[in-house]
Ligand binder design. Structure first.
Ligand SMILES: Cc1ncc(COP(=O)(O)O)c(C=O)c1O
Length: 396
């Protein structure tokens, strides 16, 4: 593995920009992770929980109706919506709770945007008997009420964050504040490939199971690797987990889909690679949406999980090297993607994943009949049905 380097950099991006008090905790986490990944017992235990608890491997479904409709490449869906708790987030949470246990931590905290990471964290905390506090922006609490109730049912305390834009960025700030105060006995289960080193490395490694399975499954089904992969990018964990094991296959084209919100020109979006530039934000150097003075810009997306000013540093590296192409789709197109998958395949996707579906609708018709595209369906859409209902009613 070439990246990150020993200092936690992916090319120019990454690093560890945190208060002094957190440095020993991050060093301990890195040390523990490096030991754990070489430890056969740890790997076997994680594998056990992924299979017996989270329901892996998830299916790779051929989308026959959508393939017929779009008249281009053959479309497969990697079904992270079928993982326990309804999204890919559970893969990382299981890995991190086992690390927390190894480090003797007694309490779990996390941030959440769409609530899927909060639900997954609350789930593993319940399973492993640890008290759990989840920080969530007030706006997200309102739009993802179903997931708030799920977290509470699981015994977690959900703390509303009233500051700033009252979304994911502010939830991360609050969780960091808690961690600085309680670092001795608390583990912070960060939910994406963002933040200070070693989080982007750890979360990527726990999410690599998505791409590893996909590769095995498509080789068995089609006898070759796909021509194209598409995934949505919030912090970037489902995308990097899906892409990583294909990065060395030079012929596989990859698209990361960001939230275009109300359009790039409107300024109300979360497309870091179209409207942002490098800066230090929440622990690492990466592309960030900021104004001229370096103040973080308020973001907008219909999807709470993509509504974030920063992006994982490895994505910034993959953007600059050109290995992955980053595109964006608007709220309106994402809703169309949501409806399209629901109506053609009977799969109601998360609004985050619907961005990937919407982009597939643009690229697939331009591809050849024999080509293969795989879309990562990062989660299921139960949490989003009220948002869709409102969106449709407002347009009528
Ligand atoms: C279903 C789903 N997909 C994608 C994301 C975006 O996160 P990431 O880019 O880390 O996969 C979220 C975040 O909440 C999510 O719930």
């Amino acid at each position: 593995m070439k990246f990150p380097d020993r200092r936690g950099y992916f090319g120019d991006y990454g690093g560890r920009f945190v208060p002094e008090t957190l440095v020993p905790a991050l060093q301990e986490l890195e040390r523990e992770f490096r030991h754990a990944r070489r430890d056969r017992k740890f790997r076997a235990e994680l594998d056990h929980y992924l299979r017996q608890y989270a329901g892996r491997p998830t299916a790779l479904t051929f989308a026959s109706t959508l393939t017929r409709l779009l008249r281009g490449a053959r479309i497969y869906l990697k079904r992270e919506d079928l993982a326990f708790t309804g999204a890919h987030k559970i893969n990382n949470c299981l890995g991190q709770i086992l690390l927390a246990k190894r480090m003797g931590k007694k309490r779990i905290i996390a941030e959440t945007g769409a609530g899927q990471h909060g639900v997954a964290t609350a789930t593993v905390a319940a399973k492993f008997g640890m008290p759990c506090t989840i920080y969530m922006g007030e706006d997200d609490i309102e739009r993802q009420a179903l997931n708030v109730f799920r977290m509470e049912l699981l015994g977690a305390t959900v703390v509303p964050v009233k500051s700033g834009s009252r979304t994911l960025k502010d939830a991360i700030d609050e969780a960091m504040r808690d961690w600085v105060t309680n670092v001795r006995d608390t583990h912070f289960v960060l939910g994406s490939v963002a933040g200070a080193h070693p989080y982007p490395l750890i979360v990527r490694e726990f999410q690599r199971v998505i791409g590893r399975e996909t590769k095995r499954q498509i080789l068995r089904r089609e006898g070759r690797v796909p021509d194209c992969l598409i995934a949505c990018v919030g912090g970037g964990s489902n995308a990097i987990g899906f892409f990583y094991d294909f990065l060395s296959c030079r012929k596989v084209r990859m698209y990361g889909v960001e939230a275009g919100g109300l359009g790039i020109a409107s300024g109300r979006h979360a497309a870091r690679f179209s409207g942002g530039r490098p800066g230090v934000f929440q622990g690492s150097l990466s592309y960030v949406l900021q104004d001229r003075a370096g103040q973080i810009r308020t973001t907008h997306s219909i999807s709470a999980g993509l509504d974030y000013a920063g992006v994982g540093p490895e994505h910034s590296y993959l953007y600059e090297t050109g290995r992955v192409r980053y595109v964006n789709v608007s709220d309106r197109k994402a809703v169309e993607g949501f409806m399209l998958l629901s109506e053609t395949e009977g799969i109601i996707p998360a609004l985050e994943s619907a961005h990937a579906i919407a982009y597939a609708r643009e690229v697939v018709p331009k591809m050849k009949k024999g080509e293969i595209v795989i879309i990562n369906v990062s989660g299921r859409g139960d949490k989003d049905v009220e948002i869709i209902e409102k969106f449709i009613k407002n347009r009528v």
